[in-house]
Design a protein. Structure first.
Length: 196
């Protein structure tokens, strides 16, 4: 197979998966946007977490909410629980990697907030524990996962599951969905910015 054929094949596969996801789960994405907007509009915050590429996505999306996405608007309260190396290493050292998100959720989460766990496999034990802790302290929970959703999806009030076993393609859908959610939250909270 030529390099050009691999390029075209990867892009076509990504497009097909995104179209399938939108067709099958578009209503759930809209519901997730309403969940996030409701929390932010009431003064709550979004706490995002995941491992590896999902940690990078958590940080990326938190930045879009805090800074801005496409419109000028006030900052929205979001934080990635993947950024504080002192907390991550202290908890990891003293309690184990399983607790790195759960401890932060218990410390920072308040009813009305949303805990948003990301896992391409749907199997990440520390994401499962973070979502479980969130439910215990009265937070709403959102999951963005892949494959069959796994235990990560089972711990979420609302799970958006990318139906694939191909990690790069799942990640590509995840960041697209994340961007769509940023846009929808802005659209819900700041409708006057979209009026023409």
């Amino acid at each position: 197979m030529s390099l050009l054929a691999r390029v075209r094949g990867a892009v076509a596969e990504s497009v097909r998966l995104k179209e399938r996801f939108a067709a099958e789960q578009g209503e759930k994405v809209a519901a997730a946007a309403r969940m996030l907007a409701e929390a932010l509009g009431a003064g709550g915050k979004i706490m995002l977490f995941g491992n590896g590429g999902s940690a990078a996505d958590a940080q990326h999306l938190a930045a879009e909410f805090v800074n801005r996405f496409q419109i000028e608007r006030p900052p929205l309260a979001a934080l990635a629980l993947t950024t504080d190396t002192s907390i991550l290493t202290a908890v990891g050292n003293d309690y184990g990697f399983l607790e790195v998100f759960a401890k932060q959720v218990r410390a920072l989460g308040r009813p009305g907030d949303v805990a948003w766990g990301l896992s391409t496999s749907g199997e990440s034990p520390n994401v499962v524990e973070g979502l479980r802790a969130a439910r215990q302290v009265g937070l709403k929970t959102l999951a963005l996962s892949g494959r069959d959703g796994g235990p990560v999806a089972a711990q979420a009030d609302l799970a958006l599951v990318v139906p694939s076993r191909n990690t790069p393609r799942i990640q590509e859908v995840h960041i697209t969905v994340g961007h769509v959610l940023c846009d929808l939250v802005d659209y819900i909270l700041f409708p006057e910015k979209f009026a023409k």
